[in-house]
Design a protein around this ligand. Sequence first.
Ligand code: PLP
Length: 262
Amino acid sequence: MARVLHVETPLRESVPLSRIAGCTVFLKLENTQHTGSFKIRGIGHACQQVWNTANEAALCMAKEDGCTYVHPFDDCLVWEGNMSLVHELKATMHGQPGAIVLSVGGGGLLCGVIQGLREVGWEDVPIIAMETEGTKSLNAAMAAGKLVTLPEISSVATTLGAKCVAERAFHLATQHPVHPMVVSDKQAVSAVCRFADDEKMLVEPACGTALAAIYEDVVKKLQLSGKLDHDLTSVVVIVCGGSNITLGQLEIWKDQFGISST
Ligand SMILES: Cc1ncc(COP(=O)(O)O)c(C=O)c1O
């Protein structure tokens, strides 16, 4: 039996974020994967299927060029791998969460989470799907009712920079209760800074985009507009992580967006 390449990540209650949100906020700490993000779940799973079914062929190919292409978000094995995150939530939580917050690039994480929710019987858990202004391919598709290709990507959340989401992500988002929401780059970077102060963890802006749902009261606004329950028991934020960040780069972004240290 092949060993999985990802690790089970902790689910931790956050006191500072719960205070802001007005309900219990759990952090699913994907930034603690060895690779720094949830990506190893889907890509690792996809690679392993290559390994399991075509080891011999792969070894021959490896002799030639040593390369295998795994799509970062538009691959059913990647979605299947990302589903493991929901199974861990199901095993760790006492009941189903009131909502799940995640960020969207090409939508591989979104697909995995929706498929996982269906598999564990949590198909009515709403998802808050976060993008930045400059990467809003899901928001644009949901508004247009069809896939949209953005003319360009203009955001510091570069790993969310898919000009068009996977068709499956759009399709699932129209079937599941998904609230696509947008924040600015400044809000995403500000969330990175506040999270470092609150939780002592440094994540990249792609992850700050999800955290901004709490820091910028996106969840509260959805509650006020009646799109989310007023009395949410809990919210799970998928802290997707990412390695595209250093303290030096964060300082540059803080200057660029006029974010002062508190
Ligand atoms: C840290 C991080 N968060 C979120 C995403 C978005 O994932 P997806 O493309 O599956 O929507 C990525 C994509 O690379 C990422 O690196």
